[in-house]
Write a protein that binds this ligand. Structure first.
Ligand SMILES: *Cc1c(COP(=O)(O)O)cnc(C)c1O
Length: 355
């Protein structure tokens, strides 16, 4: 039976990515060797690494002021690496969920951190909008999409200081004006590749300004200077990332993906709003196009388990909500076909009829 994969991360990848990765694991670039057993400094893998970095630049229109590197350690490593490299005295952060809170905690190790606003008062169900960012902040950190709570920043704030953004769960889902950012980072396992590689897009002239000594591996400059090959990179996730990036380009790039993402999210949110059994958990204007969080209306709460079972029978996988929200979360990343969203919507409709 066909499975419809709504997991939040690691999550759905295109069939193109998975097939080409599987093939390269058996025979990489005609070498007769597995991708898993060749030197990362061999010309075949160097070509993969270079092409993947070039495609990130092309798809996101990365200006020459910025460089793209692939790092290990996940997005969580960036919570400390960003302030380590960029925070000398003071930075401002927007607290919109679990991941922002973790970023804030790490940044406090390096300097003064001003939390300009937080939506914790309402269990992170909205994006705060009325706040001011102190002009002497070295950067303003945002989490563009809140994977756990299902909110997304729709209008990137113009605050007069450079931005730093965790885009782990919505990078490549919509266009981005990279010139506004000193740093964009994203773990791969939501919208790009298997876990193990993190993309960092760094503004080069923002580096070298902090007075503390930086260990080589923590210093973005090290990775830039070595064409993202300072040490052994995560070769398999980078190979997979390249396949996904090619697949994105083939479809027409980010604007086309954005349009598909808008369509997919619209049909699911429309059904949540229409169906008497369900309701969305977040402020309507802040609804994420990537992670759709919803619960059963109070009078139907005891139907949560039966609906999960029912959905499972239609091949729907991974819709259980995060423990801090409950209910359901359907993640609609780039690789999710509209047909799978239609299967979920159909299941919600037919389950409602059966009640
Ligand atoms: C998943 C996620 C993270 C954590 O990523 P790791 O690679 O597990 O460290 C951080 N931020 C956001 C927005 C995420 O979705």
């Amino acid at each position: 039976m066909k499975k419809h994969n709504f997991y939040a991360g690691p999550s759905i990848l295109s069939e193109y990515t998975i097939r080409n990765t599987a093939e390269a694991v058996l025979n990489f670039a005609g070498t007769g060797l597995s991708l898993l057993e060749v030197s990362h400094r061999g010309k075949e893998f160097v070509a993969v690494n270079d092409e993947a970095r070039a495609l990130v630049k092309e798809l996101l229109d990365v200006p020459d002021t910025h460089e793209v590197v692939f790092l290990g350690g996940g997005a969580s490593m960036q919570f400390c690496m960003a302030p380590y490299n960029l925070l000398e005295k003071k930075a401002s952060y927007l607290d919109t969920g679990t991941w922002s809170s973790k970023a804030i905690k790490e940044a406090k190790l390096f300097g003064e951190v001003v939390v300009v606003a937080s939506s914790k008062d309402k269990n992170y169900t909205y994006i705060p909008k009325d706040y001011a960012v102190a002009p002497d902040s070295e950067y303003f950190h945002i989490t563009t999409n809140n994977t756990i709570y299902g909110t997304q920043i729709k209008n990137i704030p113009q605050v007069g200081v450079p931005l730093v953004a965790d885009m782990s769960s919505d990078i490549f889902s919509r266009p981005v004006d990279v010139s506004k950012y000193n740093l964009i980072y994203a773990g791969a396992q939501k919208n790009l590749a298997p876990a193990g590689v993190t993309i960092a897009i760094v503004r080069k002239d923002a580096l070298g300004k902090v007075s503390r000594p930086l260990p080589s591996m923590i210093n973005y400059q090290t990775h830039i200077d070595n064409d993202s090959m300072f040490n052994t990179p995560p070769v398999l996730p980078i190979f997979s990332a390249l396949q996904t990036l090619k697949w994105y380009k083939e479809q027409g790039g980010i604007p086309v993906l954005q349009k598909k993402n808008e369509e997919k999210a619209a049909i699911l949110y429309d059904e949540i709003d229409r169906n008497r059994l369900f309701r969305g958990t977040t402020a309507v204007e802040d609804r994420s196009l990537m992670n759709v969080c919803y619960v059963m209306n109070d009078e139907y709460r005891d139907l949560e388990e039966p609906f999960s079972e029912y959905a499972k029978k239609q091949g729907i996988v991974g819709i259980k909500g995060h423990r801090s929200v409950g209910g359901f979360r359907a993640s609609l990343y780039n690789a999710m076909p509209i047909s799978s969203v239609e299967v979920l919507v159909e299941a919600m409709k037919s389950f409602e009829k059966s009640i």
